[in-house]
Design a protein around this ligand. Structure first.
Ligand SMILES: [Ca+2]
Ligand SMILES: [Ca+2]
Length: 507
């Protein structure tokens, strides 16, 4: 009887605490949890001057000296900003002038300006030891202008007939025409298809990379991507494929996801992000419209790649400056959205120092390593994102939709995070009804130590012009104290109860 009573009370006591404490469940990692740092290898960091032939840092079209050793030297820097993956521009051997990597000369060799295959393997190993995945850029649409196959009679049928793409609405032309005059590979030839797929599998087996960023996806037929994805993904578990489908219609891009490519970089989202945050007085609610549309089109919109900058477009900081905006202020807001809305944030090297840069190749300037408030801001956002699964997996709900203020929640299991972005240059008070978030709660800022309680049936949240805030919805502190007092009282009752039973037994 004594034993039974003790267990009985102990169970009640435990249940009380279990039901009142927040749940800390172990989360399984998946690609929506990643954040990617995108590096143009030649333009990042020169770690080995011994491979610096034909290097001229004053010529934007020449090699600048960046290499694998340079990336290895900066892995701590990348890790400290919280990135969980790096995407590198193509590393295969390029013809002269191909500093960017997109002019393949040999699909199986490493570009000598970047280092050796052994050094690349070391880079992958060093990245993995820091929990950083490696994604390689891969081009299977074309080769460089002077690829040796062009002079090989046995490879006469390896390329499409040389003709430019005139009509981008004609899919056949898009797939068989030459992009920027580059020799277009003939994937319809089974030998070519076989070569490209074997090559892609070889790099995974040989170097243990974790994913491919696929270049010029829409210029290669969908049936090829079906075969490619199936084969390549069979080599390594959870191998990730993210494609570049440069198109404004998500239905068009979705067709490639249907072919087996896991995800695409979200160009329509990029256009809106860039418009809203790099120019004044845009309608911020357009961001949610893009998301809403994505949910009706993509089977997993949570793994789409979100970006503000890349090597093909004018840099955000440049655009903001041109539009009379403060680049760092605006980047903070845009980054807040990217790290708290669904999708994988992809940050192009240099964004963390608000690097300016016009059209290609000016958007590919050599990286400068210096202190910058955005480096600290990105690392804070990464920490918040890593600690709150609601921000990666949670349901996305728009709470307040003004033209200049946007408020939304991300909800996952018991966790709810509220994000507010004030896009106007004036301070704004956003009012959210208590019933939308719940009574006896408080909003705890994850960016500073401010807390907000509801008053008169609403939470009134004031934000300075062009700022953003992230709040965790939690029980009000007084509630926590009440739970603790409740727990102690219950414990006393249990102890008293046990003593009483004992005394009765003795008596
Ligand atoms: Ca070098
Ligand atoms: Ca093609």
């Amino acid at each position: 009887m004594k034993k039974f009573s003790f267990s009985f009370f102990a169970i009640i006591f435990l249940m009380y605490f279990i039901t009142t404490l927040p749940v800390f469940a172990e989360e399984e990692d998946s690609w929506e949890d990643e954040s990617i740092y995108f590096i143009m290898v030649d333009r990042f960091n020169n770690g080995d001057p011994s491979n610096d032939f034909e290097v001229n840092v004053n010529d934007p079209s020449a090699y600048h000296g960046g290499d694998f050793q340079g990336i290895i030297n900066k892995l701590d820097y990348i890790q400290n900003m919280g990135f969980t993956a790096i995407w590198l521009t193509p590393i295969v051997n390029n013809e002269p002038g191909g500093y960017h990597g997109y002019w393949t000369e040999d699909f199986y060799e490493v570009e000598e300006h970047f280092g050796t295959l052994e050094e690349f393997k070391q880079l992958v190993e060093e990245a993995h030891s820091r929990g950083i995945k490696v994604i390689l850029d891969l081009v299977v649409n074309h080769t460089g202008y002077h690829h040796p196959w062009l002079n090989d009679p046995e490879k006469a049928d390896w390329f499409h007939v040389a003709k430019p793409i005139f009509d981008y609405d004609n899919q056949e032309e898009v797939e068989t025409g030459q992009l920027a005059g580059l020799p277009d590979l003939n994937q319809e030839n089974p030998e070519v298809e076989d070569y490209l797929i074997k090559m892609a599998k070889w790099w995974i087996e040989e170097t243990d990379i974790d994913g491919y960023r696929l270049d010029t996806v829409k210029h290669v037929p969908k049936w090829f991507w079906e075969d490619f994805s199936r084969e390549v993904k069979s080599v390594k578990q959870d191998f990730f494929l993210i494609g570049e489908v440069w198109h404004n219609d998500p239905n068009y891009s979705q067709a490639y996801v249907e072919s087996g490519i896991d995800s695409v970089v979200d160009y329509p989202m990029y256009n809106v992000l860039s418009n809203v945050f790099a120019s004044p007085d845009q309608n911020i609610s357009n961001l949610y419209k893009i998301w809403e549309r994505n949910t009706t089109i993509y089977k997993n919109p949570y793994i789409l790649g979100n970006f503000l900058d890349n090597h093909d477009n004018i840099r955000f900081a440049e655009k903001a400056e041109q539009n009379g905006q403060n680049p760092s202020t605006r980047l903070k807001q845009a980054l807040t959205y990217m790290y708290t809305a669904p999708g994988i944030p992809i940050i192009y090297y240099g964004t963390e120092i608000a690097m300016p840069g016009g059209a290609d190749p000016d958007n590919r300037r050599m990286m400068e390593f210096k202190d910058h408030e955005l480096i600290d801001y990105i690392s804070s956002l990464s920490t918040i994102r890593a600690e709150h699964p609601a921000l990666t997996k949670g349901e996305f709900q728009l709470l307040y939709d003004g033209s200049s203020v946007m408020a939304y929640t991300r909800t996952y299991e018991d966790e709810k995070v509220l994000v507010i972005i004030n896009d106007s240059s004036e301070s704004q008070i956003t009012k959210i009804a208590t019933e939308d978030l719940g009574a006896n709660k408080q909003l705890q800022s994850l960016l500073n130590d401010k807390t907000i309680r509801d008053k008169h049936g609403q939470y009134a949240i004031e934000l300075d012009g062009q700022t953003a805030q992230i709040y965790l919805l939690q029980e009000h502190e007084s509630n926590t104290v009440m739970y603790l007092i409740g727990g102690v009282v219950l414990l006393l009752v249990i102890v008293f109860g046990i003593l009483l039973i004992r005394r009765k037994k003795v008596a």
